[in-house]
Design a protein around this ligand. Structure first.
Ligand SMILES: [Fe+2]
Length: 334
């Protein structure tokens, strides 16, 4: 009996382990290969302890939730809507996976002609880019990352984020697809460089794999994620979504409290949304019409709440508003 129980526990463990959506990526070089710029002990701890912990904690945070079935990039895009444990660990996993990829022990790798030209157009030359990146990295207070990204208007930009956030996330002030990410958490350099972050930043450029970065640039140019970021960057629509969740969803349980309390705010958010700049790829007549309709409906709902009208009338209008909102949201998905 004990033996059967043991086998059952083993099988259950195996199944739960094998079903975890995220795993630690293998490195394409040995832990010692990046010496002397990054020492072997730092690499071992960074990869097998820190990154592994992000993977484990991400799997744990999404286990048994709807988030389990979403691709990693969708979690990042919706950072403001997901629990902090998911945001931090999804970011940690994405950022480190990119970091390992863009490092190499190979010497003198060169950017492709296309990337070289883009760097010249955006920063004058590679040295100015390095200077800007190092500035972003050294001025990032506390832990975080410095980035070279491709923005939705297909330009290169340098930016930085705190903690394990990244430029795909809706919390980032400058958004785009990361091409280079430099880890400026102390765990990335402290054993060798102690408090000398600048020395670490000087050395990291010896390791950048420009061939991989060039490939990432070419892929990013045609990556649908770029358009998703542009549409997702429509903050006023996201704000409206939050109030829809707060007011519409409780109606399913006949809870009219939130809409009674927030109808004025709903109307105001609809007004702000109507006046906002529509992302270029969504600037068509049906989006404009839907926003107008949402404004009219929100105004009517607010007036109905003020006049204390029957709940079934309010519900009907709210359902109409909900559907119209999802029409706009659906345009954003395609
Ligand atoms: Fe790290």
């Amino acid at each position: 009996m004990k033996k059967i129980l043991f086998l059952f526990v083993l099988l259950a463990n195996y199944l739960s382990f094998s079903q975890s959506p995220y795993t630690l990526p293998q490195l394409k070089y040995t832990y010692a290969a990046l010496e002397p710029s990054i020492d072997s002990t730092t690499m071992i701890i960074h990869h097998t302890k820190h990154h592994q912990a992000y993977v484990n904690n991400l799997n744990k945070a999404i286990a048994g939730t709807k988030l389990e079935s979403l691709p990693l990039e969708e979690l990042l895009l919706n950072a403001t809507l997901i629990p902090d444990a998911v945001r931090n660990n999804a970011g940690g996993h994405y950022n480190h996976s990119l970091f390992w990829e863009i490092l190499t022990p190979k010497k003198d790798t060169k950017p492709s002609l296309e990337l070289f030209k883009a760097i010249e157009t955006n920063f004058k030359n590679i040295d100015s880019l390095k200077k800007l990146m190092n500035q972003a990295a050294s001025t990032r207070f506390g832990s975080g990352w410095a980035w070279l990204i491709l923005t939705p208007d297909k330009k290169l930009a340098v930016t930085s984020t705190a903690n394990q956030d990244n430029p795909i996330m809706d919390v980032a002030s400058v958004r785009g697809i990361p091409l280079i990410g430099i880890d400026v958490w102390e765990h990335a350099y402290y054993l060798k460089y102690q408090n000398k972050r600048t020395d670490y930043l000087g050395a990291i450029w010896n390791l950048i794999d420009w061939e991989t970065v060039s490939l990432k640039y070419m892929n990013a140019l045609s990556n649908p994620l770029l358009e998703k970021i542009e549409k997702d960057n429509w903050k006023e629509l996201k704000d409206f979504y939050k109030i829809i969740i707060e007011t519409c969803h409780p109606l399913e349980e006949n809870n009219f409290g939130p809409i009674r309390e927030l109808s004025g705010e709903l109307y105001l958010k609809a007004l702000i949304l109507k006046k906002s700049t529509i992302p270029t790829s969504l600037k068509h007549e049906k989006t404009k019409l839907a926003l107008e309709k949402m404004l009219i409906l929100s105004k009517e709902i607010h007036a109905m709440v003020e006049k204390n009208e029957k709940e079934e009338h309010i519900r009907k209008k709210m359902e109409e508003l909900h559907t119209t909102f999802h029409e706009v949201q659906a345009y954003c998905m395609h």
